[in-house]
Structures are given as structure tokens and as C-alpha cells.
Design a protein around this ligand. Structure first.
Ligand SMILES: [Zn+2]
Ligand SMILES: [Zn+2]
Length: 339
């Protein structure tokens, strides 16, 4: 029996799941961002301004879906580090389960208002009964923030570990986020090493099964748009359909290469990729190279890999001749064997 690891049915929609506008420190207005992304073939743009959630229902149309969200920043207060660029951070994007009816979680009435323009504060909808959320750069506080978001139905991504100066001890302590950024293009553009396949690899070996997103995190003060995107497969371009696809993990991350089909059957995973010259298989434990290359001069290929008994999780990567990659989410090999 075939188990589709990316849905067989539905439409592919190109998305940027992390962006900033003039609501916070971005240079483009929300309208300009919509126009530019639409021009480049995107159907979905998540508005994730710093620490404030402003819905943009006025931008929704038949061929464009704005997702409502915000990016939470928790900064290491270590007083020995006097320069911001030395401080560790944890940044998470929270995407709301509805376009305009979700209240912002983790709001603080007075603090953390640095990232956005004060004129937007009266527009914030939050639970008036809630206690102001105080941020502390500790795994327990960050995990509490994630848990609060999950309880309110948000989709949560863990962002740009390289820019954040976070490594294994930090990111392995975080629990409950849906996805991690395997590519943060804005960060890459400034020279940070935010191509994070090694982080995804660490996570599956440590027992986590995150989804993978690639995003621009564009601020548009430099050429930081259109480098990392997420391909989402959903039955329709509506908020409920796309949000359900996100929480189900019906998507993959990319800098260019595309997956047309990924499925599992009788102990093997089968992959069809294009704009790519190789596909590789990355299980939690196995050293042998598991790579299939396209025929000389071709930029599409099909590949299959054995999912061995002792493997518990894996993800797949397709690469083009320039080294740009697409990456699937992490899948549970154990769950596939047991189906
Ligand atoms: Zn960030
Ligand atoms: Zn950001």
C-alpha cells in the first residue's frame, strides 16, 4: 500500500511564511509586499511583524492568502554581552489559526514594544483577562510560550538558529514547535550560516520530528526577498485549508528544487524531483551515503531508498547544480513500518 508523504491530491501553493513590513521594521507596506510576492508567483504570504499581530483581511483575494501572525523574540539578558549582535536570541513565528478572529497570545501591555510602531497598539486584540507574559531567556519560559501558543491553536516555527547564535544545547531543549527554518534567506543574505540541514539532522537523532520550512524573513532594506520558500499542498487557497495543511505537515522547504511526489511503499521511500540533480535520504542513524544523481545533463529524477529496520526517522533533500536545496519534513520511519 502506498502512503503519500506529500499529499497526492490538492494544489501546490508557493508561500513565504516569515516576513516583516512597515508595521514593524520592514521597508515595504503590507500592500507592497503582497504585490511583489504575487508578481513572483507566490500565493501565500505570512505577515509576521515583530511582537505584534495585525491581521490583513483586506489583502485576501481569490489568488492571494495573507496569513496572520507575529514573531516573538526572547533575548539573552547576559549583562556581560554589551552589544546586541553578541546576544543569543530565540525567535519563533506564531501563525494564527484564523485570519482575524484569533487573539494575540503572549502579549505584554507595556514591555517588548520595541519592534513595532506604537500606532498599531490600539489594534491589538488580546484576552483582557490574561496576565502579561514576561519573557525570560530560558528553555522553560520559551517552552511555556510555545505551549500557550499551541493551546490557542497557533502554528509555530523555530527560526534562524545561526543568526540567533543558538546551538545544540539551546534548540534541543525547545519542545512543541511544529517546524524549524532550514533556510532563513534574510539571514543568509547578511552572511549568517542559516542553511540548517545539520540542525534538522541533530533534531531527528535527538528524537524530534519537526516539519521544515524555508522563508525569506525579508525586511526589504536589502535584496532579502525571494530566496527561501515553502511549497504547501492544500485542497484550496482558503485560510482553513492552508492552515490545516500547515498543521498536517503537507509541505516542504526550498531554495529552488521541487518535489513532485514522495511516498512510502513496502519498506522503501520513492521520490520524484525536478530543478534538481540529486536526491538524498537522511535517516537518524546510518553513515553510508544515500544519494541518487540525475543522468548527465538532466535536471529531474526519480529515486528510491530503503527504509531500514533500525531507522526511526528520516528526511529527504533534493539539490540543484548550484547547491541550492529543497528539504522535506522529518518523517517517522517507525510509524510508516507499523502502518
Ligand atoms: Zn527573527
Ligand atoms: Zn523575522
Amino acid at each position: 500500500m502506498k502512503t503519500y508523504l506529500l499529499p497526492a491530491e490538492g494544489q501546490w501553493y508557493k508561500a513565504n511564511l516569515h516576513s516583516h513590513t512597515t508595521v514593524s521594521d520592514g521597508a515595504w507596506t503590507p500592500e507592497e509586499a503582497k504585490a511583489r510576492y504575487k508578481e513572483r508567483g507566490y500565493s501565500i504570504l505570512a505577515y509576521t511583524d515583530h511582537d505584534i499581530m495585525i491581521p490583513h483581511p483586506e489583502l485576501a483575494g481569490e489568488d492571494f492568502l495573507p496569513l496572520t501572525g507575529f514573531e516573538l523574540s526572547v533575548v539573552d539578558p547576559d549583562p556581560a554581552l554589551t552589544v546586541f549582535s553578541q546576544k543569543r536570541n530565540c525567535h519563533l513565528c506564531f501563525l494564527a489559526p484564523t485570519m482575524e478572529d484569533t487573539k494575540q497570545v503572549l502579549w505584554h501591555r507595556r514591555l517588548y514594544h520595541w519592534g513595532f510602531k506604537e500606532e498599531y497598539v490600539p489594534l491589538v486584540k488580546y484576552d483582557e483577562e490574561s496576565v502579561d507574559f514576561v519573557r525570560d531567556y530560558t528553555p522553560s519560559c520559551i517552552n511555556e510560550a510555545i505551549a500557550i501558543g499551541r493551546r490557542a491553536g497557533y502554528f509555530i516555527t523555530y527560526n534562524h538558529p545561526a543568526w540567533s547564535l543558538e546551538s545544540y544545547p539551546e534548540y534541543m531543549a525547545y519542545e512543541g514547535f511544529h517546524a524549524m527554518e532550514v533556510v532563513n534567506y534574510g539571514s543568509l543574505y547578511t552572511g549568517c550560516l542559516d542553511e540548517n540541514l545539520h540542525v534538522l539532522s541533530d533534531m531527528i537523532r535527538g528524537g524530534k520530528l519537526p516539519y521544515a520550512v524555508a522563508a525569506d524573513d525579508n525586511h526589504n532594506r536589502t535584496e532579502d526577498s525571494f530566496g527561501g520558500f515553502t511549497m504547501i499542498k492544500a485542497p484550496a487557497l482558503t485560510y482553513p485549508a492552508v492552515f490545516a495543511a500547515l498543521t498536517n505537515g503537507d509541505f516542504y522547504a526550498s531554495e529552488g528544487p521541487l518535489f513532485d511526489e514522495v511516498y512510502y511503499e513496502d519498506g522503501r521511500v520513492y521520490v520524484k524531483a525536478r530543478e534538481a540533480v540529486s536526491v538524498s535520504y537522511h535517516p537518524d542513524i546510518r553513515r553510508q551515503p544515500c544519494i541518487v544523481r540525475a543522468e548527465e545533463g538532466k535536471t529531474s529524477l526519480t529515486a528510491s531508498f530503503e527504509v531500514r529496520e533500525h531507522e526511526s526517522a528520516f528526511f529527504l533533500v533534493a539539490r540543484d547544480a548550484a547547491g541550492k536545496f529543497a528539504c522535506t519534513r522529518a518523517y517517522s520511519a517507525k510509524a510508516l513500518r507499523e502502518e
